[in-house]
Design a binder for this molecule. Structure first.
Ligand code: F0G
Length: 514
């Protein structure tokens, strides 16, 4: 396991002055999510899983020793904070406004923020009418209004804060597009080296253009997202010489920031929880963060009611629905039946299955946060459904016509709501919040094709075709899914990977190995 105990970065993020403020005591640690193991690790350690049992990690707090608000309305006052000093900057962030609920950082000046999380919850009566719901019952949470255009910024701000705490200089992710856009933006603004692995031809052109524009070293790997993630995890863990800090949602700090989406929804509703939260599921980090947010708010006595959760898969990438709904896989107090997962993954390998959906953001077949998502479903009395590509496209068009629009994956939430209405799981007057995870302009191809039949997808293959003249031109590098070639592209050498198993096993369970 790599440990990035390098020098502490003291570079201020652009526009954020560094002033010494509160020095936090050691009241946070990393905790294995497997209750039977419950191993703990220091907050400064860089880990992707528990070294004892291989399970995912959580960030846990000694709440008794921490200053915490008596009621959630405490946070409202921060809307009024003005100014560019540190407190003003943190209060301006829709994530750090709630910093007492994610106090893993030691010093406020380590926090890396770019004004993320200033998103809105919009009452959507016009859309509600279209799907037979009562006025005042449907709400849309527009996470596409984040600086990089997706909910990922909520998590990146937290993971970059940890990266700065441990002195990381190179940060990387595998991505279906939004994580890479967000990482590249945060890396540029915090003066770290951003590296993104994307599946060749798998990322919508809007997202790819962002990674290039923000200066991320962009590797287009021959393979899909699952392959990219396996590879970057291998490199982060086994090639310490490259000093890479991993920013995917398997990093527990990312999910601390994503809890804030729930806080903002509560805040916008006057701290009255809705009946349902509906969210698209890909790598299952977001829904996991939602479950943790409500678990903690309940344990802190800050809410009385927990909303129900619906996680919506695309039919072409339906691992969670298959396991949860069809094969009855449950959290089971942390004793997850890994054989059920292993059997499904083995069958996928045998049939050479690859996920495929128009909602490229959620085209993922081996979600790394699966056990945490099961825990969230348990805590929030949740359900899982899958929706077809046609349903996704039709409901995306409806959000555009009667809302501000969203990218295809985000519309899975509305399509899922309609399905749950038809099944009478959700009634016409229940209060429902659909999370719109990404901005409409992320995937203009899908929109143009829907309206005209013209497929602009060729633009996604950005193999260099001719000379480029821009002073800041940042060409992507196409590379095979092959460890030596990738390490070379990252500036490493053969020495760094001497003795390392070059192949990564496809069938490994999500919580073990890579
Ligand atoms: N919606 C959008 C727009 C996304 O980009 C993603 C994930 C999801 C939903 C699913 O969220 O993974 O937490 O279940 N995108 C990742 C990426 C995988 O690389 O950008 P999840």
């Amino acid at each position: 396991m790599s440990n990035l105990h390098g020098r502490r970065s003291t570079l201020p993020i652009r526009g954020v002055p560094v002033t010494l403020k509160i020095e936090m005591p050691e009241t946070a640690h990393q905790l294995c999510t497997n209750p039977a193991c419950a191993a703990t690790f220091g907050i400064d350690e860089v880990r992707l899983s528990c070294s004892s049992c291989g399970s995912l990690l959580d960030i846990a707090y000694d709440w008794d020793k921490l200053p915490r608000p008596k009621s959630l309305s405490f946070f409202e006052g921060r809307w009024a904070t003005k100014g560019t000093e540190l407190t003003g900057t943190l209060d301006f962030s829709g994530v750090w406004r709630f910093r007492e609920l994610m106090p893993f950082y030691r010093r406020e000046e380590d926090i890396v923020t770019i004004g993320e999380g200033r998103t809105v919850l919009q009452r959507a009566d016009l859309l509600a009418r279209q799907i037979g719901m009562k006025p005042g019952s449907l709400f849309l949470q527009y996470e596409g209004l984040n600086p990089s255009g997706s909910f990922k910024d909520n998590g990146m701000t937290a993971a970059f804060t940890h990266a700065r705490m441990v002195g990381a200089e190179k940060v990387a992710c595998a991505s279906t597009g939004n994580t890479s856009a967000s990482l590249a933006l945060f890396a540029a603004l915090s003066e770290m080296k951003g590296i993104v692995f994307i599946g060749s031809g798998k990322v919508s052109v809007g997202k790819l253009s962002q990674a290039l524009d923000y200066g991320g070293l962009t590797l287009q790997i021959q393979g899909d997202f699952d392959a990219c993630l396996r590879r970057i995890r291998q490199i982060a863990v086994d090639v310490p010489g490259l000093g890479i800090y991993l920013m995917n949602s398997v990093n527990p700090f990312r999910l601390e920031g994503q809890k804030s989406i729930m806080y903002r929804i509560l805040e916008a509703r006057g701290w009255e929880p809705p009946d349902w939260i509906i969210v698209p599921g890909g790598n299952l980090g977001n829904c996991s963060a939602f479950g943790k947010a409500f678990m903690e708010l309940r344990d802190l006595g800050l809410i009385k009611k927990i909303p129900r959760l619906a996680i919506i898969n695309a039919s072409g990438a339906n691992t969670l629905n298959e396991l949860f709904t069809n094969r009855n896989l449950r959290w089971n107090g942390g004793d997850v039946d890994c054989k059920k997962i292993g059997d499904l993954y083995a069958a996928m390998d045998e049939s050479n299955y690859h996920p495929h959906t128009v909602a490229s953001a959620i085209e993922i077949s081996r979600p790394v946060n699966l056990p945490k998502a099961l825990r969230a479903l348990d805590v929030m009395n949740g359900v899982v459904r899958e929706v077809s590509d046609d349903e996704i496209l039709e409901h995306r068009a409806m959000v555009a016509r009667w809302g501000f629009g969203c990218e295809p994956a985000s519309a899975a939430s509305l399509a899922g709501l309609v399905k749950l209405r038809q099944e009478q799981v959700i009634s016409a007057d229940e209060h429902v919040v659909c999370i719109l995870t990404g901005h409409e302009l992320k995937d203009p191809n899908a929109t143009v094709k829907y309206h005209t039949g013209i497929d602009l997808k060729a633009a996604q293959d950005l193999a260099p075709r001719g000379p480029v003249h821009g002073k800041f031109a940042n060409q992507p590098i196409a590379v095979d899914d092959d460890l030596p070639s990738i390490v070379k592209a990252l500036g490493g050498d053969a020495e760094m990977i001497r003795g390392i198993k070059v192949e990564v096993s496809k069938s490994s369970l999500p919580t073990r190995e890579y």
